[in-house]
Write a protein that binds this ligand. Structure first.
Ligand SMILES: Cc1ncc(COP(=O)(O)O)c(C=O)c1O
Length: 313
């Protein structure tokens, strides 16, 4: 996954992998005070294209705003940093991880005396749940852990501390022999996986939970909703109860790391006939064709370096 030859963008400078360290007394280590993004760049004939970079940057700054973190760099600086780092790391495609975190200051719960540091990492990250799951589907369970109640943690923020809950969902699922877990929200409606949104196909309609079900506003989720509309697949965003998975013909997970991963079983019950269904396949294939330049990108999702400065940075 990682390679010590990789470079890191840190507070506006390119530094070596081994220099990218932080002090153990940094606020983030103790209190999880970070916000971050997960973005993918895809290889195009004329250089890497970053999928919906602008939307990822907007979510990054929204997460920071929710937590009252002032990022000491402009969106344009981070945008250029992403392209610069891809170039420094000689990567035509990569997973890109910008992270802003509270560094070294006073060590108490109040984060405001601690500086906000910003780093970007890039690395090669293949199929998140394994190549096999992209093809054959993943076995998932409904987690015994719930997603946050709306007045506890802000689900719209992609914040480091939230992923302690995600780790509980993930490790429980793994321990019980599943690829992944899906958590319900505090009301008992379907929410999402620890790092991905969820869709089902029920009575020929594509369904996904609303943001109010403690769902991170996934950029793939939004892209699937747009793609489905274009492909004239009927779609609804509504609260779903757990048994929808047992009644559905198809289900899949979406996320930058997970891409579109079919779900073949939930709680050991097959979804439909236990094989990825035609709507899942159609969305997977159309999406992949856009990402690999085989189908025109009519939304302008694939962002290239816009200036010579970015390209050569
Ligand atoms: C908790 C959670 N939900 C959903 C997603 C999917 O979001 P996206 O499609 O923007 O990667 C992610 C990944 O970022 C996530 O961490």
């Amino acid at each position: 996954m990682f390679d010590a030859n990789l470079k890191v963008w840190h507070n506006g400078k390119i530094i070596s992998w081994n220099d990218a360290t932080l002090h153990i007394a940094s606020h983030v280590v103790h209190y999880g005070s970070s916000i971050f993004e997960g973005i993918r760049a895809y290889a195009m004939p004329d250089g890497p294209a970053i999928f919906r970079l602008q939307d990822h940057l907007e979510r990054f700054y929204t997460s920071a705003k929710i937590y009252g973190m002032e990022i000491p760099f402009s969106q344009d600086d981070i945008r250029k940093g992403c392209f610069e780092l891809l170039r420094e790391n000689h990567q035509k495609s990569a997973y890109i991880r910008p992270v802003a975190f509270r560094g070294l200051g006073k060590l108490g719960i109040d984060p405001t005396s601690c500086p906000v540091d910003v780093s970007i990492l890039t690395w090669n990250w293949g199929a998140y749940l394994g190549e096999d799951t992209l093809k054959d589907g993943a076995d998932v369970c409904i987690s015994s852990w719930r997603r946050m109640a709306p007045d506890t943690f802000p689900a719209m923020a992609k914040a480091g501390g939230h992923y302690t809950n995600a780790q509980l969902i993930k490790t429980e699922a793994k321990m019980n022999g599943y690829h992944e877990g899906i958590a319900l929200d505090v009301m008992g409606f379907v929410s999402e996986g620890p790092g991905m949104n969820v869709f089902v196909v029920y009575q020929d309609t594509l369904l996904t939970p609303p943001l109010s079900a403690a769902v991170l506003p996934g950029i793939r989720r939004d892209s699937i909703l747009k793609l489905a509309e274009k492909l004239r697949i009927p779609t609804r965003v509504e609260n779903l109860s757990r048994e929808i998975f047992y009644a559905a013909k198809e289900a899949f997970l979406t996320g930058t790391a997970a891409e579109i991963t079919p779900i073949r079983s939930v709680d050991r019950k097959p979804v439909g006939d236990g094989k990825p269904g035609p709507i899942t396949r159609k969305l997977q294939n159309t999406f992949s064709d856009i990402l690999h330049g085989k189908t025109p990108d009519s939304w302008g999702w694939l962002e290239k370096a816009t200036s010579l400065e970015e390209a050569l940075a």
